[in-house]
Design a protein around this ligand. Structure first.
Ligand code: NI
Length: 213
């Protein structure tokens, strides 16, 4: 660990760079869909939405996007606080003011869909949450859904409907609902386009399954 005073003289670009390296090292080799490239995608979407949204702090957006899956609760026996705690610990090394740390850590703590969707109360939070939700949609959403299902030993599909934990069932339980939970205008527009792709994917999937294509 470098000397503390070194970390305290960093500018925002350097803090982002150090955080990027840290997140990359922690999530390297993750097979559950929360790998580094997911983080990188979320950051990209988030910065794009942030540019369209007036008065959002890009530094907060980028840092929260980088840290949003840093300690996913699923990997920590359902400890919902672990992400926020880990983010706070990491951020406390830098010369950031308390409000910045609170804003970033709160986004990390509130982002998960499975927590029941407690609404984000900052614009930056809404942006990062939208960016993360986009990842559940479109071709990437489909790929992530089956990668996650495989990681959990789930069936692709059960035509008899006995197995309710298949990857196709996950479309109905979660993915097809995501577009109705978007916070920002741009997020919502992008989500609708990607939602369309989920619908066509399912249509083609069932047609192939029935031998009609
Ligand atoms: Ni995520």
């Amino acid at each position: 660990m470098p000397l503390k005073n070194l970390w305290h003289n960093m500018n925002k670009a350097e803090i982002i760079y150090e955080t990027e390296k840290y997140v990359q090292s922690v999530l390297e080799g993750d097979g559950s869909g929360h790998d580094w490239w997911h983080i990188d995608q979320v950051r990209k979407h988030a910065l794009k939405i942030a540019q369209a949204e007036k008065d959002s702090d890009q530094f907060i957006v980028e840092m929260a996007a980088l840290l949003h899956d840093i300690a996913d609760h699923k990997a920590h026996n359902g400890d919902y606080e672990i992400g926020e705690k880990t983010a706070r610990e990491w951020l406390s090394q830098f010369d950031l003011d308390e409000q910045q740390i609170n804003e970033i850590a709160e986004i990390v703590g509130n982002i998960s869909f499975s927590k029941g969707g407690e609404p984000m109360h900052t614009k930056e939070g809404m942006i990062v949450q939208d960016a993360d939700r986009l990842e559940a949609l479109g071709a990437i959403g489909v790929a992530r859904c089956f990668a996650y299902g495989g990681n959990k030993q789930r069936l692709i599909y059960d035509p008899l409907g006995r197995d309710q934990s298949t990857s196709i069932q996950h479309f109905y339980d979660k993915l097809l609902k995501v577009k109705d939970f978007m916070n920002t205008e741009m997020g919502s527009r992008l989500a609708k386009e990607r939602h369309q792709f989920l619908e066509s994917f399912l249509e083609q999937f069932y047609a192939e399954w029935e031998g009609n294509k």
